[in-house]
Design a protein around this ligand. Sequence first.
Ligand code: BG6
Length: 483
Amino acid sequence: MEPASLVIFGITGDLSRKKLVPAIYDLAYCGQLPPEFDLVGFARDTSEVESRLRESVTEHARTPFDPAVWQALVSRLSLVKGTFDDLDAFTRLAKQLDVLDRKHGKVGNYVFYLSIPPSAFAAVCSQLAASKLHRSRRGWRRVVVEKPFGHDLSSSQELGRILEQVFDPQSIYRIDHYLGKETVQNILALRFANGLFEPLWNSKHIDHVQITMAETVGVTGRAGYYDGVGAARDVIQNHLLQLLALIAMDEPSAFDADSVAGEKIKVLSATELLHPLDQTSARGQYGSGTEHGLPVVGLTDEVGFPPDSTTETFAALTVGINTRRWAGVPFYIRTGKRLARKATEIAVTFKLPSHGTAAARTGAVPNVLVFRVQPDDGIELQIGAKRPGEGMHIQPVSLGMDFRSVFDPAPEAYERLICDVLRGDATLFPRREEVEYSWRIIDPLLQHWAQSGRPETYRAGSAGPASADWILAGSGREWRSLE
Ligand code: BG6
């Protein structure tokens, strides 16, 4: 890695304290930061930043707190106080970066991490341009942006335009932290580095696919971000459609940024909601109930949410992919907060053997291949085996592998992604087209819901709203159990 400076806008914000700075500390602990690495924080209030960051590192870092590592890191931390509309502050930032370059013999490689609301992207980008920080003939410049990338397709296109007016498209890194998870990257390894799966990976053999992201946590304390956003925009538009793309894409010619993005874009551009939407989708909002056995209030009683909030905390939908490989295979996607258990997984259900009679008589079960993203990340394959005793009675049994029992603990997603930005490897970052195709897929559903009144209330700690079951009713399929 080349020497570089990383500037975090919003260094005192939630994401920075819980994820970014702890991940940078973990990289420092593991000796994986570039040589001559400087961290620069830009914030309105720079008082006690160092002690606040130290606290978040002790609380959230993956690796143990080592005072020597921390000291080395903060000895290279500088802070610039200012607001996004203050050109003087950006001039001070430019000077500070230049001082660091001269002091440490660096050539001006800068990453600008916009850990700020998208409404502030335009102001920061134009100030970076006005202070001539966005381009350089000597070092490279990269910008990192966090979701939400817009509210719908047109606002996302507008954000893309704002960023590309200032930065070269190949220097823009859009973070989707799911792509930094080792188990998510393993989807491609398992599919393409093994001969077993790919010949069966099509509509001839696959009955349907379920993608689930269930959480037990609610949105306490997140009203400012979550109200009016909801589950579909929060995680389906990004994390879950990225999982779909990885499960459904063709094999890339190489595992590099262009080849992987090219295949994902082909899949996302061929993906569409199945209709009619009131039968193929469902949404819900958690009411009161329990979380891990303790009583919790419903969403509209959470601080910051209006009593008439229609924000959904559960969303389920069905999409199809218009390609020869996937014609007729439904992909069911669901996510929810305050559900019975935490589970992110992709379950690929195969068709029963076609020469039916023996299979039917013995009670054959469909094979199901499950990618468990978290928790207990691993792979599971359901197969049918003969139950001991008389006759030929088939019972589902499971073959499994836990990554943790085979490999050392994996780095956190943000460690991997920050490292990749510093290295200049964009393979794990969605491109603008991927983001826009994903909005194009869910926009009609968001519009449909905007005209459909309130979401159904479900009990906190349950498997979600009853209407989610209607999506599969009559198809002979069932959601995988969450209870
Ligand atoms: C974030 C969402 O992107 O992902 C949160 O905004 C969600 O609502 C989180 O809780 C889940 O991430 P993880 O890594 O815990 O599955």
